[in-house]
Design a protein around this ligand. Sequence first.
Ligand code: TYM
Length: 338
Amino acid sequence: MSDIQNNKKIIFSGIQPTNTPHLGNYLGALKNWVAMQEEYDCIYSVVDLHAITVRQDPSKLKKQIVETYSLLLAMGINPEKTILFVQGHNPRHAELAWVLSCYTQFGELSRMVQFKDKSEKHSENINAGLFTYPVLQAADILLYNADYVPVGADQKQHLELSRDIATRFNGVHGDIFTLPEAYIIQATSKIMSLSEPTKKMSKSDEKPHASISVLDERDVIIKKFKRSVTDSLAEISYDENNIEKAGINNLLSIYSAVTNKTIDEAVSEFSGKGYGDFKLAVGEAVADMFKPVQDEYARIIADKKFLANCMQDGAERAMKISGRTLRNVYKKVGFLEF
Ligand code: TYM
């Protein structure tokens, strides 16, 4: 795909390079990114501009941008077909975000749950970027007129705001933007922390056993699952209304997604067995799933020339499409052509 010009629906999504992607990112979003390439024209981005809303160590950030980009390739994003680029390589994102910020209400941004959570967590640095973050996210999506946006449940509110901003802009200036829809796979939309199963698995969790990184070694993965918090009911069954069972529910969701078995099949597979056996099986299944990704990652990260070419090509293709949208937006709002 040198450009997007056929009738396929367009997919856009992004991931922050704030740490190594984890099992929640993979099952909630990245696995779908790979699968959707079959049917759609896909555009994916490593969203480095978003990452600096929380203070980052510059040399670490640089490394993580390359790591995240390489991991996406290792998971199966095909750069010949899909546009895979680093957000900071395309200035259109920041440019459209400014225009859209003038079509976004203060009150709307104040209601964003993620802003409230992050303000609490980083009370020493509640910067304006953290507040306007969802406007940049709307710009990411609207620049490419994406139809669907594959994400986990935590991004639903941001997606709704993107639609509201697009609707408001279209209402003033005519049909410029496609209204994007969140594409959420319910069963894996919220993978929980292994040490506090009522909280989602998160890249910023400081507890070492709370999340499984895509690059964790096999024995580390198994050890983390063995230590995962469950309950004293000693019964492998799924009950989403029972908060006590949050740990087992989470492990069953993970096992089912990784092995492609239904929850019922997983439950009967382990009937009569103890939590220890079950945890080991989940750990082994996850380690088996990540092994080929890890091997492919080692190969790709060593090939600097290939990576540089992919990033360059991805950025050029992204810029071409988004440039057209931005020119159109500038014209509609009344800016003089340069
Ligand atoms: P980020 O980098 O936090 O997460 C990347 C993707 O992983 C999903 N995810 C999860 N899914 C299931 N269970 C979990 N525990 C879990 N944790 C994270 C996220 O929902 C996301 O899909 N704001 C976005 C990045 C972004 C973006 C965009 C996304 C920027 N621009 C435009 C879509 C479209 C974020 O911080 O994702």
